[in-house]
Design a protein around this ligand. Sequence first.
Ligand code: ADP
Length: 600
Amino acid sequence: MSDIFFSKLWKTISKGMVWRGEICNQSKSGKLIWLDTTIIPSIDSTGKIVRYTAIRQNATERKLLETQLWAMNEMQRAILAGANYSIISTDTQGTIQTFNQAAEKMLGYPANEMIGEKTFLILHDPKEITKRAELLTQELKIPVQPGLEAIVAKARLKQEDENEWIYIRKDGTELPVKVSTTAIYDKNGILSGFLGISRDISESNRISKELIARKEEAIAASKTKSAFLANMSHEIRTPMNGIIGMTHLLLTETHESNNVEKLKIIQNCSVSLLELINDILDFSKLEAEKIELEMTPFSIHSVTLEMMELLKPRASEKGIQLVYQNADHPLSWITGDVTRFKQILTNLVANAIKFTESGSVEIFSTATHVAEKEWKIQFSVKDTGIGIPEDVKNKLFLPFSQVDASTTRRFGGSGLGLAISKGLCDKMGGTISVESEVGKGSTFSFTFNAPEAQPLNSTSDQNAFAGFDPEMGKKFPLRILIAEDNQTNQLVIKGLLGKIGYYPDLVSNGKEVLDILEKKKYDLVLMDCHMPDIDGFEATQQIIAKLGKSSCPMIFALSASKMKEDIDRCYASGMNGFLEKPIVIRSLIKVLFECSQKII
Ligand code: ADP
């Protein structure tokens, strides 16, 4: 204790006055001892101080408590002052008791204006309070009055609660915050108030709004891109239809070997070009997540053999043996997307033939039972070709990747096939992988799960029309109308139908279809979707509205666009089916047969 302290003490008692205060002594062990001390001077009759009486009481414990209390208060003050969060406490009636500096900054009110006011009258929009009360009613399953009760009810459950609120600032602007509300209880466990700690989330809201906007922009851009690709592929497919169809017709009419050779080259080139266009379209659809699987029953072995028939000429040209091993495959009929299955397998087998100079390409298939009537099917395509270096194996399934540029020049290809196959396998819930050794060969394998299916009676499509019957028109007569604005396409489809004994009428827009149907009856209309004046969709709707569904001819769309939306649109307008351009004679025959069966 300082000299000043003692001199003051001495001044008091030497004047004969009583001194009261705290004196701090140090014990022998060095511990501080506080004493509540009263010093009383005794004065004799002459007024002289004769003695001092000191009354002391140990106050060390109290002093310690006081120090702790002070430290806690100081800490509380520092927290309130230093926190970046707005801290507001209220009593049970919502009357503000604490309003820290961050709250002043966030809300624009000085603390002295707020203390004693009610939070829900100043800081909250009444509509928001009502909304919260409703939410709470649902949560608690008891009615909660708007206003304070909402918080009280929550606090009664002793729950801590972080919610998004909108505070209203002094200037009237809104401030989105995340508030965590805690109930405060007195020493008897009775609710005495609430503490709300809030942080400003306007910035994170702004960022997430910006992110959402960017995501939406990206989705829109991707949609535009896939619409563009679909449109382009439609535009390219239409003239391709003309080239492929006309070449096909010329090949059936030409007998000069020189010209047949040239026509075959045109045919091969146009088929490759069409494959490329289809790859780009498929890839863009996978990217835009627009591929839908079409589940139908089919025989895995028949489809594989069919695919082999198509690829056999390529293999024989190189002297490569093409073999199918399916001894370990106990089932044949499954339900799945036959087109996509064929596409993956064709890609793997075509690659195997492409990258093999001699030896063999073997296809293995196995099926393992995974659940009741559910199978895991695996196909492997093993070749004795050039093989793939280890470091590029994993990149093969990424788009546009080829082993090296010289390979590309020697063998051609877009580098999309495996990326598409991977995308399709993923979609089918399966996997695709490769094992390979440079110079020895590669084995590509893919799996997918599928339920087993009942074998279908296949007389309707496959067997009845395996060949090309020029008398079909006589056996299954049909009155056919073609609505197509492109003259080349008109000639192609007319020519194709002529080959199998059908002689259709031709019109070139929707209006002409409606006019001719007033005068003449047809069994089948092959309708181009995109035509001037009245397009195929609208023409179909008008025909159905006019004639009624029962006396309406069958209407099949002819379209170069294979996007799902376009196919859906055909069905939505009332069409019975869809024929894809370039028209494949087999699909056309199938449609004609179906129609002839329906009109009997
Ligand atoms: P594309 O064959 O059209 O270029 P793919 O995606 O089908 O595209 O194949 C990508 C690349 O993978 C090929 O260019 C080739 O380098 C390599 N590849 C694919 N299959 C084989 C195979 N069986 N043997 C060797 N290399 C292969």
